[in-house]
Design a protein around this ligand. Sequence first.
Ligand code: NI
Length: 172
Amino acid sequence: MSILQIYHYPESVLKKVADPVETFDDDLKKLAEDMAETMYAAPGVGLAAPQVGISRRLVVIDCSPREENRSLIFAVNPEIAEREGEVFEEEGCLSIPGYYASIPRSARVKVRYLDLEGRPVEREATDLLAIAFQHEIDHLDGILFVDHLSPLKKSFFRKKYKKIMEQQQEQL
Ligand code: NI
């Protein structure tokens, strides 16, 4: 397994609508395993293929990465079938390092996706897992969590992110 390069905002691959996965082969499994490794190393609780520069509809999620019983989810071509309620939790993104904000998300979702063998899966998610599915599926549609900010907050984000990037450049 290898750790992949994570693309940062405003890379154009993050703004593209990703293509559906049609072939369930060893290359897909290798990519999924490498994405999981990259997510754990970051560390993060979710990663979508566009974040490693691959415009395909594949996400990995693990909301309990530090626990002994890791619950790693590989979701291919995921879709939200039902949603209910609303929550605001602070979110971050491995493609937007150093910036966190609360945005509205559905509190409970039903998701449908395929596993790495192409078998259909349906599951309900609440709490952090529900938010993670919404955040990662957004990535597949070229949407970042900061795109959900109000125009005013988004202009604050742009200024703050510019400063964060400048500080990182100085540290290099
Ligand atoms: Ni993200």
